[in-house]
Design a protein. Structure first.
Length: 82
């Protein structure tokens, strides 16, 4: 049960990063690197689309991991496993 709690606590920043990357792909691409450019860099549509797809995939995979781990803990605690 403690492992599931820690997994949920550590997944919150990951969800934040994935949601931020999906909603603001230009900002997430340039996060921490904006100082290297004098002017606003032009990002390609492919880079923006790749960032959005990878963020969405990360959200889906993280959700599957959390649901699977939660079911394992739930079934193990109630001793319903056949």
């Amino acid at each position: 049960m403690v492992g599931l709690l820690l997994l949920i606590i550590f997944s919150i920043p990951m969800y934040w990063a994935f949601i931020y990357g999906y909603l603001f792909p230009e900002e997430s691409i340039l996060w921490g690197r904006r100082w290297m450019y004098e002017d606003e860099p032009q990002l390609s549509d492919a880079a923006i689309l790749l960032t959005k797809y990878s963020s969405l995939l990360g959200i889906i995979i993280l959700s599957i991991v959390l649901i699977a781990r939660g079911l394992i803990v739930l079934l193990h605690d109630c001793e319903c496993v056949v």
